[in-house]
Design a binder for this molecule. Structure first.
Ligand code: AR6
Length: 179
């Protein structure tokens, strides 16, 4: 499923984020950039040790929640990995929505700054961090849509959803945005 926003394309795909052929892949990291499971585990495994070496060296203090930092992409075919730190869901009254929007927006800014034509996002915070998928989908897709409409780059933004339930939640929101 996809939406055209001016000359940009916002698409949804079901699959593994580590297998995407795009300029930049977004990691769902933690604020210590310490590695972990889920997306973080898959990307570090596929990219090799250079990813952790680079984060350790460049970002010894980690990355604050709601932000993101760039590294190279090791053995991945991408040029960059943007390590984004989404919020842990604590019920919705602890700045979670602002932090989630800010994580997506920082990655989109990084993509423009690094001249990336294409970027792939996972559904940040919807795994270990337990953000409700439908709320996360509204914030993620709304933030990407607004950014593409105003900036007209990057040319391709792909949301890569791991399972059918998450794909369905994102597809329902995108459908209602297009209606
Ligand atoms: N490709 C695409 N999506 C995936 C993949 C994959 N290979 N694996 C899982 N997902 P999560 P978070 C989905 O837990 O919630 C890590 O330990 C998953 O189903 O990866 O932001 C970090 O180190 C879910 O929908 O990230 C942090 O400590 C979404 O990706 C913490 O987890 C995000 O799940 C971050 O938690």
């Amino acid at each position: 499923m996809f939406a055209l926003l001016g000359s940009c394309r916002l698409e949804l795909a079901q699959g593994d984020i580590a297998k995407q052929q795009v300029d930049a892949i977004v990691n769902a990291a933690n604020d210590r950039l310490a590695g972990g499971g889920g997306v973080d585990g898959a990307l570090h495994a596929a990219a090799g040790p250079s990813l952790m070496q680079e984060t350790d060296q460049k970002y010894p203090d980690g990355c604050p929640t709601g932000s993101a930092v760039p590294t190279g992409a090791g053995k991945l075919t991408a040029k960059f990995v943007f390590h984004a730190v989404g919020p842990i869901w604590r019920g919705g009254q602890s700045q979670e929505s602002e932090q989630l929007v800010s994580a997506y927006r920082t990655c989109l800014d990084l993509a423009v700054e690094h001249h990336c034509e294409s970027i792939a996002f996972p559904a940040i915070s919807t795994g270990v961090y337990r953000y409700p998928k439908d709320l996360a989908a509204e914030l993620a897709l709304g933030t990407i849509r607004d950014f593409l409409l105003s900036r007209q780059q990057p040319k391709l933004v792909r949301m890569v959803l791991f399972d059918g339930g998450t794909y369905g939640a994102f597809a329902r929101v995108l459908e209602s945005m297009l209606a």
